[in-house]
Write a protein that binds this ligand. Structure first.
Ligand code: SF4
Length: 629
């Protein structure tokens, strides 16, 4: 680990103990935020980001990070009972994903905790809320973050393979905040300060009696109805999708005698608002209390990166980002991004490299839709599937991003600027000629200036049926781009590579489909070090595909690979160069009736392309870390 010791003064961080409160001259807190992560004072970490905004609005905020449950509970009294409310988050990622692999094996690392050591309770939101109730009785408790948010209504739990109640019901919290929580956290503080109720706030869920369900609310299938009929998940998914906008209706879902109300989202954050969030006085360090344990590994990959925007216009079935950050791209201004670049360049241990200027999809910064901007309705299609929508401002946004990258690169003290976030290669072509048209100048610049030697692309699969189920572009689009990329690198005399990401076990993937991907990899003599095993995350279209065996939008029936053996075979087909996987690959080829590939496979292995065992183990470790991120 390169970065050893925070350089900022203790008082520059928000307090995590009473002594640190006193350093700031505080004898009481207004808000206490509890998180399963170690406190890292960086805008990529949700709880510290909310805390910094509340601090700017004048509230005294303490961060109770990694509170222990097993001990005598004294850790919970590190900070006093707050005056207004307690916020609870499991952490940056949901606790079951941080604690278990997709194969449901316990992870040995938790990169968001001190020294990377595990220790977060399962379903941490529920466990922490119970502890808050015990230690701070009578204080309003609000849950939020990436664990509670997508579990705001009844949801399928992959770890138990069963339907569970809304996390608001199970955690017995007063309120659930979903989506990006900054504005809602400020509003909660203001209301409680004024002695007002928290009822009816956008981006929240509350639990009410039947008589309090508002007229005109959209009634979703109840928890009990969902228990009785799995296909009701299709109805719930479509209700959520249709109402996921500021003009959407309140959704009401019955759980026993009560109803969970989901209020519609706030309008997308304005550029001024997003700029403000990133201009807050972050130290960009982990809290000094964590240095003795070896720091917090999750800081390293983001420490020298700049996040340019929120939201994603793609609708990949396995991702819940549109239900969390929203579909609209909320971009920072050029000036705000440049201020952050300048700030990074002034840090004591900056070595001259900005490792990333990107977001959920790097080349969506500044992306807008002509129709929505003109106040017209959407064409009711996907923004990027089956090909980019003509209403997208792809060409102008690409030019803007290109200019932004050039300006970051020109920042004093910056020697290299890279793009390491994922890039949508189908958006690198001119809008006029769409997918098969000329590549945009942005492509040239990325290859020439902004690549550290490897560009990350996520074709996710090669089988047409699987890509359709994932709502991703066809593999032809990837192959066209791959060819152009190689030609561009050759013309520049650059030895640069593409790093691909693939998902195995996604609904729709038969063994024959998995072998189609293997065939493409074999042709390229390529076996990626990282492969993601599909996890059906709540609120995703793929989760409904997994549970019902049908796509919730097209209602098309899908094959769903289940069980460890099938996943193991599919994974081995991607990591075919690992010596340990040889027999699994042969088994999969036999099962898919593709014996014709046995000889080419064995020849490829013989050519000495099998990776030594130590390298394979290292790759597995990288995957273990990366699949948390
Ligand atoms: S009109 Fe096209 S770009 Fe605009 S929101 Fe609809 S699908 Fe997306």
């Amino acid at each position: 680990m390169q970065h050893k010791r925070p350089s900022a003064a203790l008082s520059a961080f928000l307090p995590r103990t009473r002594e640190q409160m006193h350093l700031r001259g505080w004898d009481e807190l207004d808000v206490l935020l509890v998180t399963g992560d170690a406190y890292v004072d960086h805008p990529s970490f949700g709880v510290p980001a909310i805390a910094r905004l509340l601090e700017k609005r004048g509230y005294r905020v303490g961060i109770l990070d990694c509170p222990e449950l097993e001990s005598d509970g004294s850790g919970w009294l590190r900070l006093p009972r707050p005056r207004l409310w307690v916020g609870v988050s499991a952490g940056t990622i949901d606790s079951m994903v941080t604690n278990y692999t997709a194969s449901k094996k316990r992870r040995h690392k938790d990169v968001y905790r001190p020294g990377g050591l595990p220790g977060r309770p399962n379903r941490a939101t529920i466990a922490y809320t119970a502890a808050v109730r015990h230690h701070f009785p009578g204080v309003p408790v609000v849950i939020g973050g990436l664990e509670a948010g997508p579990r705001r209504l009844a949801y399928f739990d992959y770890w138990e393979e069963k339907l569970r109640r809304s996390m608001l019901v199970d955690a017995k919290a007063d309120l659930l905040v979903w989506g990006m929580g900054e504005r809602t956290a400020v509003e909660i503080s203001k209301r409680l300060e004024r002695g007002e109720s928290l009822r009816g706030m956008p981006n929240t869920c509350e639990l009410v009696a039947k008589s309090d369900v508002p007229e005109g609310a959209r009634i979703a299938p109840s928890f009990e109805a969902m228990l009785a009929d799995v296909d009701t998940q299709i109805e719930l998914f479509n209700i959520l999708r249709e109402e996921n906008n500021p003009e959407g209706k309140v959704i009401a879902q019955q759980h026993g005698a009560r109803f969970v109300l989901q209020h519609p989202p706030l309008p997308p954050a304005s550029q001024e608002e997003v700029d403000e969030y990133y201009d807050l006085p972050y130290t960009r360090e982990w809290h000094p209390d964590h240095t003795a344990a070896g720091g917090v590994p999750a800081l390293e990959p983001v420490r020298w990166s700049i996040n340019t925007h929120r939201g994603c216009m793609a609708d990949c079935t396995f991702c819940s980002i549109t239900f969390h950050q929203g579909r609209a791209i909320q971009s920072r201004s050029e000036a705000s991004v440049l201020r952050e670049a300048a700030k990074l360049s002034e840090m004591y241990d900056f070595r001259g490299t900005i490792t990333d200027v990107g977001g959920p999809t790097a080349n969506m910064w500044g992306m807008g839709c002509k129709l929505l901007e003109a106040g017209k309705g959407c064409l009711d299609r996907d923004c990027l599937s089956p090909e980019p929508c003509p209403a997208l401002r792809i060409d102008s946004a690409s030019e803007g991003y290109r200019r932004l990258l050039a300006l970051v690169k020109q920042t004093r003290g910056v020697k290299h600027t890279f793009v390491s976030s994922g890039i949508r290669y189908d958006m690198l072509r001119s809008q006029k000629t769409r997918t098969k048209g000329e590549l945009l100048p942005l492509h040239h610049d990325i290859v020439a200036h902004y690549t550290s030697g490897r560009i990350k692309l996520a074709p996710e699969h090669a089988s047409p049926a699987v890509l359709e189920a994932m709502n991703k572009p066809s593999f032809d689009v990837y192959e066209e781009y791959e060819k152009d990329y190689k030609e561009e690198c050759a013309s520049m005399g650059k030895d640069q590579h593409l790093v691909n990401y693939f998902i195995v076990g996604h609904p729709g993937t038969t063994m024959k489909d998995a072998v189609l991907l293997f065939e493409k990899l074999l042709e390229r003599n390529y076996s990626p070090e990282q492969v993601q095993e599909f996890i059906p995350l709540p609120m995703t279209r793929a989760c409904v595909q997994y549970t019902t065996g049908k796509d919730p939008i097209t209602l098309k029936e899908l094959y769903v690979p289940r069980g460890g053996r099938e996943r193991r075979l599919q994974k081995a087909l991607v990591r075919w160069k690992e010596p340990d996987n040889k027999n699994l690959v042969l088994e999969a080829l036999h099962e898919a009736e593709r014996e014709d590939l046995v000889e080419p496979f064995l020849r490829a292995l013989k050519r000495g392309s099998g990776r030594p065992r130590a390298q394979a183990v290292r790759a597995a470790e990288i995957e273990d870390l990366d699949s948390c991120g």
